[in-house]
Write a protein that binds this ligand. Structure first.
Ligand code: SD4
Length: 341
C-alpha cells in the first residue's frame, strides 16, 4: 500500500492535482456590508481588465467610498468625542507588502496614503501628524477638517446625551470626562460602524486587500481600531487567502483576528468556517460580553472561494465575480435575533 501512496503523491505534486479542490474561479472581489456593492463594482473596473491587478482594484474600490459622504468611511464620517474625524486604513498585496495609516486627519483618501507608505517608505505604518505630513509631501490635499452635515448633526446629538465636555487639564481633574463610553450602537439602533473592507483575486490569481474607516464614532481622541493593524483588521497571504474585519476593533485586535482567519484557512477550513472559528475565538474570551458587540469577518481564498460570518445578526457582504451581477449576501451569525431578546 505504502508503495502506491508515494508515487501518487509525487504525481499529484508534479501535475498539481488536488482531488478535493475545484478549479479556481477568478477574478472575484468581496466587500463588507451592503455598501460594499458599489465598491465591488468600482473594483471590477480594474479586475475585468486582463492584466488588472488586485491591488489596484482594492484601492479603487476603497477610494470610491472614501469619496462619498457616509457615517463611517472617509472625511464625511462621524468624528471622535472632540469633534475631529480621524481615519484609519491599511492595504496589503500578494507579496506581503503592506502599508497603513492611523489617526490621520484632513486627508480624503487614507487608503492611497497607506499604499504610498507601503511603496515609498521602508515602514509599514505612519500615524497622526507624521502620516498627515507624509501625505501632504506626497501630493495629497490638506482638506478643511469641517464636519459633514450628517456628522455635525450626529455629533451634536451625541454631545447632548453624553454631556461630554473636553477637559483641558485632564491630569488635574483625575480623569473626569474620560468616563464617557463609546456607544456600541448609534441613535437609529445600528451598530456603531460600517468599515469598508475588501478583498480581491485577480486574473493572475493574486490576492490583495484593503480596509478603510473613520473608526468608531465618538471614540476617545487618539483611539486607533483594528482596521490599520495588519493581522487584525486585514491580512493577505497569497499562498492561502485573505481576510478583513469589521465591528468592534478592540475585540478583533486581541485575537489578531484576520491573521487567525487566514491560518484557519491554511488548516483546510473553508472561508466561511474560518470566519466562524475566529468569531468563536472572540466569543470564548468573554461569552457574556460578546452578546453586546458586533464583529464580522469576510474571507477569500486562493481558489476564489469566499465566505463571511458575524457574531451578531444583520451582517452582509457584497460579491462580484465573472459575468454575474454584484450580489449582497446575508452572513450567518453566532447569535440570532431570538438569542438576544
Ligand atoms: C474600528 N473596526 O475602528 C472599526 C470599526 C468598524 O465597521 O468596523 N466599523 O474598530
Amino acid at each position: 500500500m505504502q508503495k502506491l501512496i508515494l508515487p501518487l503523491a509525487i504525481a499529484c505534486l508534479a501535475f498539481s492535482c488536488s482531488p478535493k479542490k475545484e478549479a479556481a474561479i477568478f477574478p472575484v472581489v468581496i466587500a463588507t456590508w451592503d455598501s460594499g456593492k458599489p465598491v465591488c463594482e468600482a473594483s471590477w473596473e480594474v479586475l475585468s481588465q486582463t492584466d488588472g491587478r488586485a491591488l489596484d482594484a482594492v484601492e479603487k474600490g476603497a477610494n470610491s467610498i472614501e469619496n462619498t459622504i457616509n457615517c463611517c468611511v472617509g472625511l464625511g464620517g462621524n468624528p471622535d468625542r472632540d469633534g475631529h474625524v480621524t481615519l484609519d486604513a491599511s492595504i496589503m498585496d500578494e507579496q506581503m507588502n503592506c502599508g497603513s495609516v492611523a489617526f490621520l486627519e484632513r486627508i480624503k483618501n487614507p487608503i492611497s496614503v497607506a499604499r504610498a507608505v507601503m511603496e515609498k517608505t521602508p515602514h509599514v505604518m505612519l500615524v497622526g501628524e507624521g502620516a498627515q505630513q507624509f501625505a501632504v509631501e506626497n501630493g495629497f490635499t490638506l482638506e478643511s477638517g469641517e464636519l459633514s452635515e450628517g456628522a455635525k448633526k450626529s455629533y451634536e446629538k451625541w454631545l447632548e446625551k453624553s454631556e461630554y465636555k473636553p477637559v483641558i487639564n485632564i491630569e488635574q481633574s483625575q480623569g473626569a470626562g474620560q468616563h464617557v463610553d463609546v456607544p456600541k450602537k448609534l441613535e437609529n439602533g445600528d451598530y456603531n460602524h460600517d468599515t469598508m473592507g475588501l478583498l480581491a483575486l485577480d486574473n493572475g490569481q493574486n490576492l490583495s486587500g484593503a480596509c478603510t474607516t473613520s473608526g468608531m464614532g465618538f471614540k476617545m481622541r487618539g483611539r486607533v481600531g483594528d482596521s490599520p493593524i495588519i493581522g487584525s483588521g486585514l491580512f493577505v497571504d497569497n499562498e492561502v487567502g485573505a481576510a478583513v474585519a469589521t465591528g468592534q476593533g478592540e475585540e478583533v485586535i486581541r485575537v489578531a483576528g484576520t491573521h487567525l482567519v487566514v491560518e484557519f484557512m491554511r488548516q483546510g477550513n473553508s472561508p466561511e468556517d474560518a470566519c466562524r472559528l475566529a468569531c468563536e475565538r472572540i466569543i470564548n474570551v468573554n461569552p457574556e460580553k460578546a452578546k453586546t458587540f458586533q464583529v464580522a469577518f469576510i474571507a477569500l481564498n486562493k481558489a476564489g472561494e469566499y465566505g463571511g460570518y458575524a457574531i451578531q445578526p444583520n451582517f452582509s457582504y457584497a460579491i462580484k465575480k465573472g459575468e454575474q451581477d454584484t450580489e449582497v449576501i446575508k452572513a450567518k451569525s453566532h447569535y440570532s435575533k431570538e438569542d438576544l431578546k
